[in-house]
Design a protein around this ligand. Structure first.
Ligand SMILES: C=CC1=C(C)c2cc3[nH]c(cc4nc(cc5[nH]c(cc1n2)c(C)c5CCC(=O)O)C(CCC(=O)O)=C4C)c(C)c3C=C
Ligand SMILES: [Fe+2]
Length: 436
């Protein structure tokens, strides 16, 4: 009888043994790859942290649509979670490597890739999920839940290119350190990191499960440095699929480039051949800024003041002087007194960069309790954007905003990180394989 006929999956675990105890021999075999701790979370166990042979954690269409419909393909030429329409929730993790060799980093990404492919398609991770005498490989809280359009996106921070892993020569010129911008109040607890894992899903528990298991897999190779959860209005609350509103009450995302326009994405977001960093072709540079809103002050400002701040009407999202949300900004239009209808200091005008510079924004709101020192709400925008070149896109834009934006009266940037988000992987390959 062949292994397959016996019900053995591709990872050598017989389904006949389900629910039975591991023999001493099996235990030693598994422990031989680095001990029980590693078996559960270490990166030396790429063969163990793998898709259970077809065992799905999504039993139903519980979260709207069939489970199949809620799967965003993980493999492809670009990573999912960049051009993908934004999901309801975000669980973002920044990691620091504790490993000292590049081969350990490679093993981590091989294991992460397998686990990400499994979880985004609704599978549990690992094979050790049915032994009564073993801790399960998968933490289990996503069992029975739909994949919820989950995407898991990986990136490398600037510190990955320091002297530790011999990658210094591979740092792309388009990925320099960010300067300190005017009025920045950047705190280390929300900044930096060697690697990032951006998990987005239409269900917070599904997203949390994925980030938590990524951290378990990384044990022994990388540790979480900081995390941030984020949210948007849910698809249930707004079935129209219209532009979501930020916590200041304004539609946020209107002026984004069209992600279905391949030419536009190749011009703005995806790294093209010939930039000197061939390992990033098909990838994108991500900027993350934790921007706290001075909500209490904003809530006391008049509607007119709020609209002048953004240069848009609150109700419709249309530019001042326009009718429809998607009307172009009329930057020359003046009122009867000769004043610009969209003022010089309006956020939309400044960020528009005269139509010459664009970025892809994929921000989420955040709410993290209260500031213990002041008693004020710690909430705002977890700003995420993608682009081809930080020097030509985010940096000049943020310099302009930092210098003159009226919105600065109501916000402060408290966290900052950048990540080179790798190109996508083909099935059988792994994320990061173009670099290590
Ligand atoms: C450096 C880039 C940007 C930062 C930082 C930023 C912070 C920020 N933005 C809002 C709210 C809105 N932004 C809007 C437009 C807009 N913002 C940026 C860039 C940054 N924003 C761009 C490129 C644009 C589009 C400009 C254009 O070409 O029209 C808008 C208007 C609606 C929209 O287009 O999305 C709002 C509202 C907040 C609250 C914030 C920090 C907390
Ligand atoms: Fe903005």
């Amino acid at each position: 009888m062949s292994k397959k006929q016996q019900g053995t999956n591709d990872y050598g675990l017989s389904s006949e043994r389900k629910g039975k105890q591991l023999s001493r021999r099996e235990l030693l075999k598994l422990a031989g790859v680095g001990g029980i701790g590693l078996m559960l979370g270490g990166t030396g166990v790429g063969s163990i942290l793998s898709v259970t042979g077809g065992k799905s954690q999504s039993s139903s269409a519980a979260n709207g649509g069939s489970a199949k419909e809620s799967i965003v393909p993980f493999y492809g030429s670009h990573q999912a979670g960049i051009a993908t329409p934004a999901q309801n929730f975000l669980c973002f993790g920044s990691f620091d490597l504790t490993a000292s060799s590049l081969s350990e980093v490679r093993k981590l990404f091989q294991a992460w890739t397998k686990a990400a492919a499994a979880m985004t398609s609704g599978q549990m991770i690992g094979e050790i999920n049915d032994y009564p005498n073993m801790p399960p490989s998968d933490t289990g809280e996503a069992a029975g839940l739909s994949p919820s359009r989950m995407t898991i996106t990986f990136g490398a921070g600037p510190s990955l290119f320091d002297s530790r892993f011999g990658l210094a020569g591979k740092r792309p010129a388009a990925f320099p350190d960010l300067p300190v911008f005017r009025a920045d109040d950047i705190q280390p607890q929300w900044s930096g990191g060697d690697l990032c894992v951006q998990v987005c899903a239409d269900d917070l528990q599904v997203a949390f499960h994925a980030l938590r298991n990524m951290a378990r897999i990384a044990r022994g190779t990388a540790v979480l440095r900081w995390t941030q959860d984020g949210f948007q209005r849910s698809g249930q609350a707004d079935t129209s699929g219209g532009t979501p509103r930020n916590l200041m009450g304004f539609k946020d995302g209107t002026g984004n480039p069209d992600t279905t326009d391949a030419a536009k994405m190749n011009e703005t977001v995806w790294i093209q051949p010939g930039t000197g960093a061939s390992w990033m072709e098909g990838g994108s540079y991500m900027v993350v800024r934790r921007i706290r809103m001075r909500i209490e002050i904003w809530d006391r400002s008049t509607l007119q003041d709020q609209e002048v701040t953004f240069g848009r009407y609150r109700t419709t999202g249309a530019p001042l002087g326009g009718q429809d949300e998607f009307d172009p900004l009329d930057l020359e239009k003046c009122d009867a007194s000769g004043n610009l209808v969209i003022p010089e200091t309006a956020h939309s005008r400044l960020a528009h960069m005269n139509g010459k510079v664009q970025i892809l924004r994929r921000a989420f709101s955040y709410s993290s309790g209260i500031d213990a020192k002041t008693g004020q709400i710690d909430a705002g925008l977890f700003f995420i954007c993608f682009q081809q070149d930080l020097r030509k896109q985010f940096m000049p834009m943020q310099h302009k905003l930092a210098a003159a934006d009226k919105l600065n009266e109501y916000i402060v940037h408290v966290g900052s990180a950048t990540f080179a988000c790798f190109p996508g992987a083909r099935e059988g390959g792994y994320i990061g394989e173009t670099l290590f």
